[in-house]
Design a protein around this ligand. Structure first.
Ligand code: UFG
Length: 342
């Protein structure tokens, strides 16, 4: 029994963890990335058999836990793995996910996120894999008319990233109806934190919490607040932050909830909103350090306020978030400190 196994046992000892279920054989596409590597750890802890497929374009080989097979290949080559047979499900995280880059290089987003997923779905159908869980995003909604955002809200993505994810959601609806696949699209709001030794390690970091932590630690210069003239109480945008461990639990539940011929869409957020300034305050509270900061112009395409309704995830998956903003900041802080000391 290695040290990682001991960490997994701690996950399972958590009485609020996911209920035990029959072990499944699953392919995790994008399992060397931030969220995929956390979900892989939970799947292993729950006794599932995992193969990771990742081209390592943004993921890290050492994010895949020891003992888990990593196949370094494009998602378009998923068929070579699924052809082995016996897979009960695919979790699909493999995607390009930078909003700004999707505006400057949209072809990359259509090619990877849409064409790549199409190839994956062809292999899923060819080798009769019964379930698929897809990483969708709140970016499919664009600027919302009403808060909290339900899954029935209009989908009006404001950038190619959101549009590419919405296209896959639509593709999955047709796929389930036509082939009997059981699929769940999980629309993530703002994912943060770290869990079980895995966390955020992006080559190009654009997310608020890791940037604020690095600024507080002096690992980078002052954080730029993208506008303080928004129609919110303190003038900075409001987002719904969700702990990556809570997100991971939702994936394992979704895998179990996938039903033949049905496409289920669930938002994943805490249902609570925090402004940029409230997040920076949380960073100071957790770390005891000020976050050096400056105010800049608004970032193009940023909505003022995004908060999820997670009632459907609660009803359909039996899921509820268990961790708050301070937990996310603390876990991200510990993870970044470990990384810096390596
Ligand atoms: N922000 C700053 N300064 C920074 C970085 C971010 O002020 O240096 C602000 C942003 O304006 C925003 C908030 O912090 O108001 C959160 O920004 P992030 O970049 O961390 O996250 P986003 O809300 O832009 O986007 C995230 C994911 C997307 C996903 C979206 C859905 O990155 O993939 O949530 O809610 F589509």
């Amino acid at each position: 029994m290695n040290t990682e196994r001991t960490e997994y046992d701690a996950v399972l000892a958590d009485p609020a963890g996911v209920a035990p279920r029959e072990p499944m054989r699953v392919l995790v596409a994008g399992g060397a990335g931030y969220i995929g590597s956390v979900v892989t750890r939970l799947l292993i802890a729950e006794g599932h058999h995992v193969t990771v497929l990742d081209d390592l374009s943004t993921g890290h080989a050492d994010a895949v836990p020891s003992g888990v097979e990593l196949v370094r290949a494009d998602i378009a080559d998923a068929g070579t793995i699924l052809a082995r047979g016996g897979f009960d499900g695919v979790l699909h995280f493999a995607a390009k996910s930078l909003v700004g880059e999707s505006v400057s290089d949209p072809a990359k987003y259509w090619r990877t996120n849409v064409c790549g997923t199409r190839a994956l779905l062809d292999a899923v159908a060819e080798f009769s894999v019964p379930r698929l869980v897809f990483s969708s995003t709140a970016a499919v909604y664009g600027e919302p008319d009403a808060i909290p955002i339900t899954e029935d809200a209009p989908t009006r993505p404001t950038n190619p990233y959101g549009a590419s994810k919405l296209s896959v959601d639509m593709m999955l609806a047709g796929e389930c109806a036509a082939t009997g696949l059981g699929a769940v699209s999980l629309r993530y709001f703002n994912v943060a934190g770290a869990a079980w030794g895995a966390g955020e390690r992006h080559g190009t970091e654009t997310h608020l919490i890791p940037l604020a932590l690095d600024a507080a630690a002096g690992r980078r210069g002052p954080l730029t607040i993208f506008g303080e003239d928004w129609p919110t109480p303190d003038g900075t945008p409001i987002r719904d932050y969700i702990h990556v461990a809570d997100l991971a639990r939702a994936h394992v539940l979704a895998l179990g909830a996938a039903t033949a011929g049905r496409h289920l869409i669930c938002n994943l957020g805490s249902g609570q909103g925090f402004s940029v300034r409230q997040v920076l305050d949380a960073v100071t509270n957790v770390t005891g350090l000020d976050v050096p900061q400056q105010v800049g112009p608004r970032r193009a395409g940023d909505p003022a306020r995004l908060i999820a309704s997670h009632e459907r995830a609660r009803a359909e998956l039996g899921w509820a978030p268990q961790q708050g903003l301070a937990d996310m900041v603390r876990d991200a802080w510990d993870f970044a400190a470990n990384l810096a000391n390596r």
